[in-house]
Design a protein around this ligand. Structure first.
Ligand code: ASP
Ligand code: MG
Length: 307
């Protein structure tokens, strides 16, 4: 069977239990599809913490941002400790976490050394993508541990965007060129790329982000450029809901929807889909599925041309 892109959200990569589910889903689908690509977001709450840390750096609250970085380090290392990894893989991953967070601390120090009145979206984008880099490395290591080849890949070299920092617009032609050259050859070799959501870069290499919840959008971009047959978003709810399940206990998952209907009724757990992710999938006629990581047998919601 063709090419599948699966995106895993922050809740599904945040705990050892959820990650065990994620792993079994990946191993299972890899048997079924010729080519499998995985997109991940940061662990739940990490992006918020990174934004907060950058704010604190900007007002020179060194103690504040250092505390946040220390908490992030503890959280990621504790997660790694609880994963079924061999010693070599675990050590390499711990070193990766330390290096990524150390680099980020360095960046925060530079921000604190050069205080400005306002925190620019450009400065925020230079920090906040680290959550996705951490998550991608963890998921890739976990897959490799199961003797499947997998590589963590940061999208600053794949998703080419304009310089609308904080809500960047991808240049699809340029992105597809990068993806075709740098990512697709791996698929031929049956390697599973574990790709960072949310992150992009301008043609001259300045880091950008696609906006909050932007990993959904990354899945769209990757799906289109890789010529995917389907894009699946894995989350912790049963699918697209009739209403916001926080307000109504009897909110139900909708089995099938058209792309148009999504625009009107886009509740998806406690949030909505990234507003810019559906249009391009519709144009490319790539069906989108929303599924629950904890109930993989359930069909979830299928969004396609007709319902
Ligand atoms: N981690 C980013 C955010 O929280 C992107 C995403 O979750 O899709 O907005
Ligand atoms: Mg997130």
């Amino acid at each position: 069977m063709g090419t599948l892109v699966m995106k895993f959200g922050g809740l599904s990569v945040g705990t050892p239990t959820a990650l065990t589910q994620v792993l079994s889903i990946i191993l299972h689908e890899r048997e079924k599809w010729d080519k499998l690509l995985v997109v991940v977001s940061a662990l739940e709450g990490v992006t918020d913490s990174l934004i907060e840390a950058t704010r604190l750096a900007q007002i020179t609250n060194r103690r504040g941002y250092r505390r946040i970085v220390a908490t992030l380090r503890t959280r990621h290392l504790a997660l790694i400790d609880h994963l079924p990894l061999g010693t070599t893989e675990r050590k390499a991953l711990q070193a990766d976490v330390d290096r990524l967070l150390f680099d980020m601390l360095d960046r925060l120090q530079t921000i604190a050394d050069n205080p400005t009145d306002e925190l620019s979206p450009q400065v925020l984008d230079s920090v906040t993508g680290v959550g996705e880099r951490l998550a991608a490395r963890i998921v890739a290591a976990l897959i490799r541990q199961n003797t499947v080849r997998a590589v963590a890949i940061a999208t600053d070299t794949l998703v080419v965007t304009d310089d609308t920092f904080g809500n960047a617009v991808p240049d699809m032609a340029a992105s597809c060129e990068q993806i075709t050259h740098n990512l697709l050859p791996m698929l031929e070799r049956r390697i599973v790329p574990v790709i960072t959501g949310y992150i992009g870069a301008t043609p001259d290499g300045q880091l950008t982000t696609l906006g909050r919840g932007g990993s959904d959008y990354t899945a769209t971009i990757i799906g289109i450029c890789a010529g995917a047959d389907e894009v699946w978003l894995w989350t912790d709810v049963d699918g697209m809901m009739t209403t916001d399940p926080r307000d109504f206990e009897n909110a139900r998952a909708i089995p099938t929807m058209s792309y148009e209907e999504v625009g009107e009724m886009a509740y998806f757990g406690a949030r909505v889909l990234h507003p810019r992710m559906v249009g391009p999938l519709q144009d490319a006629r790539i069906p989108l599925r929303i599924k629950n990581v904890f109930k993989p047998q359930q069909p979830g919601t299928l969004i396609s041309e007709t319902n």
